[in-house]
Design a protein around this ligand. Sequence first.
Ligand code: SAM
Length: 482
Amino acid sequence: MAVYNPKSLKAEEFINDEEIRETLKYAEENKNNVELIDSILKKARPYKTENGTKCDGLTHREASVLLACEIPEKIEEIYKIAEEIKLAFYGNRIVMFAPLYLSNYCVNGCLYCPYHMKNKHIPRKKLTQQEVRDEVIALQDMGHKRLAIEAGEDPVNNPIEYILECIKTIYSVHHKNGDIRRVNVNIAATTVENYRKLKEAGIGTYILFQETYHKQSYLELHPTGPKHDYDYHTEAMDRAMEGGIDDVGLGVLFGLEMYKYEFAGLIMHAEHLEAVHGVGPHTISVPRVKHADDIDPSAFDNSISDDIFAKITACIRLAVPYTGMIISTRESEQVREKLLRLGVSQVSGASRTSVGGYTEAERPHDTEQFDVSDQRTLDEVVSWLMDNGHIPSFCTACYREGRTGDRFMSLCKNGQILNCCHPNALMTLTEFLVDYASEGTREKGYKLIEQELKKIPNEKVREIARRNIEDIKNSNKRDFRF
Ligand code: SAM
């Protein structure tokens, strides 16, 4: 039987079934152990040091105890700490992005995804380079600067060369003042060599959702195709890091398996990356299974309520305080509003999950990967974020200044965020307001920026940011960054 070892490179040793079961048992036994829960909460709290605020995070066992706890006052405390951590490391900034679907050709048989190979009635589509260009122009015209490209797995229709060509095309498009400055990639698990090619193509984060950490369920949910190989899929992030990609994004598709099992697996995966590569995941996504073409979410009997979903999000925030958290338009405005306070730092806006969807006047459904709950425009999402006290940020500076992997984490850990990320957020928001926003949003944004500039502690940085913002307003100069 496999023995738990976070440093191992073997899937069944670093995501160890026995360790997860022991963890769940321990969590269940201690879910009313107030003394233990208080000590875990104490450990999770941010604290001040000479170099700014720090946080120690939680182990998968500690975090699992919090997730199991059902004492209302303790849950409130978890939420409060999650919000404190979010504000300490990410401030009130929310990074914006959009998915771009390149191709829905797929040879896998994933039971929850409408792109599965046996689905014969959805049209199969793959963007040509001209279509990629048109989609990117449409996205730039909304104001997007950061994309996550998505594709099914198909070595014939979507080989790595196709993905690389699309990335090149995306970066080459500059429509009016538009620019895509960071392309994150969400494609199937691949080889070290291919990860190296993606790194050379200048990608930001490599994102791959585990779907489920439960091996038996994984095998049943992926009955056919290359994705059936649980070990190859689970070990993908190690290959990505070996290929030189140091920002990787984890995720679980909640609803497929028991959430407590998934949660423990997810935190163990983060611990594994930290133990082996010295840097944890750059982001964690929390997608939930949605209705789509021939997919009925109720076919999966592990769906979770909005309250449990919020608790999971907050517990992830406490366990891995320096990891960004992403929530997509799979969730409604109401759910997103709640989760933003509990630690989410990145949201998508105005997403279309169909291949070629951005160039269509109406949101097309025929090639959609899942139903979009939040259907507002980017301008509406930006305006709403500001109404709720957040700063929508279109910043991509860290990756372009080489602050990836542990270099990003050290910026975070040294409390330099307010002198760096904060002015970058304000400058990129100004770009959005000047180039793409409606009048109402622009007015609201300028007021917010004026207030937020005052929060930059370093006087010199504050003055430069102010000057750059004026330059953006009065000229076509763009892309300032710290
Ligand atoms: N094909 C790639 C792979 O296999 O990893 C990744 C791209 S896929 C377009 C992106 C993600 O969408 C999947 O990893 C899955 O978690 C999610 N997804 C698939 N079907 C979904 C559904 N019905 N509802 C919500 N999310 C879904």
